[in-house]
Ligand binder design. Structure first.
Ligand SMILES: [Zn+2]
Length: 322
């Protein structure tokens, strides 16, 4: 993330609310420049624009049905509004779907035909790409892996269910589990970190885990186990070539990935039959490992494009949509 916003002309560090006022002005100027460039491109004949939005989207109507991260946007005709603003056709997609498409096009999954992706951020998103195209299901709501149940009596989730993957494998869940451990009185290392760090993020908890703090390590074991259960179900259901783990919280891969593979080996017959000889060797983006042998192996790997996956995927949308 750039220490000064807008330096690269398109990516803005979050949260915007904490910037000094002068930076806010910079952002507005950049936004105006971007909009002007976009409108100029539209006028030159660019008639299709892809946009990724967090939330559940009805592809047929272009309605944003529900978005935990955009309060007040439920049941909004987002596609029609943007089309009216820009005077051009817009393809609206779920943000996790566009991230999956980006990783398929130029990232970790560029050498495979079929893939699925889990995006670990504030929540947990999912996307499925088959033969280079996002698989939408009936109305565009397919791939909500973050709300698969991994613990029937687990913590309540914003979706109405309990024990969703998102309640264990998101950055939000990591912080919640750390605060639960602190409240129980059995995590002095986490308690010290929380009291000295007002932002106490999943990154700080990961740093403790890497330094050997037992309670922090347990938290990432739970992250890995939840993802492993989820992936075992996906592998059994889909038998895809590659499953990519991305999003900001995936940077803790070193701490949680061994537990993914432990669960997968125990819980998925399909994985046991198709696992590569050394699954962990694909840690930092295993695209290069997809050789002739890899094409019939189940590869679980870290994403390659970071926060740009969604940008690339959105750019690819007009080329892969009908
Ligand atoms: Zn849920």
């Amino acid at each position: 993330m750039s220490p000064r916003p807008g330096q690269d002309g398109r990516r803005l560090p979050a949260p915007i609310g904490t910037f000094p006022l002068s930076w806010y002005g910079d952002i507005l100027i950049k936004f105006r420049q971007l909009t002007e460039r976009l409108l100029a491109w539209v006028k030159r004949g660019g008639t299709l624009i892809g946009i990724g939005v967090p939330g559940i989207i009805d592809m047929k109507t272009g309605m944003l049905r529900e978005s935990p991260n955009l309060p007040g946007w439920a049941e909004t005709p987002v596609r029609a509004e943007i089309e009216r603003l820009l005077g051009t056709r817009v393809i609206l997609e779920n943000d996790a779907n566009v991230a999956a498409l980006g990783e398929k096009w130029l990232g970790a999954a560029r050498d495979v035909d079929d893939m699925a992706m889990l995006t670990l951020g504030t929540g947990v998103g999912g996307g499925i790409v088959l033969q280079g195209r996002i698989w939408h299901g009936m109305t565009g709501m397919a791939g909500e892996f973050g709300h698969m149940t991994v613990e029937p009596e687990g913590p309540p989730c914003g979706c109405g269910n309990r024990g969703c993957v998102e309640q264990y494998a998101s950055a939000t869940a990591v912080v919640r589990m750390a605060r639960e451990a602190i409240a129980s009185g059995r995590a002095p290392g986490l308690a010290r970190a929380a009291s000295s760090d007002p932002e106490f993020s999943s990154k700080a908890i990961y740093n403790l885990a890497i330094q050997g703090d037992e309670e922090a390590k347990k938290i990432f074991a739970r992250v890995g186990r939840a993802l492993g259960i989820c992936l075992a179900n996906l592998v059994n259901a889909f038998n895809l070539n590659m499953y990519v783990i991305g999003g900001g919280a995936s940077s803790a891969w070193e701490a949680f990935s061994p537990f993914i593979f432990e669960e997968l080996r125990q819980r998925s017959l399909v994985y046991a039959a198709t696992a590569p000889a050394s699954p962990l060797s694909g840690g930092a983006g295993a695209s290069g490992h997809v050789g002739p042998e890899g094409s019939t192996k189940t590869i679980i790997t870290l994403a390659l494009l970071g926060s740009d996956a969604g940008l690339y995927g959105a750019a690819q949308l007009p080329l892969t949509s009908n």
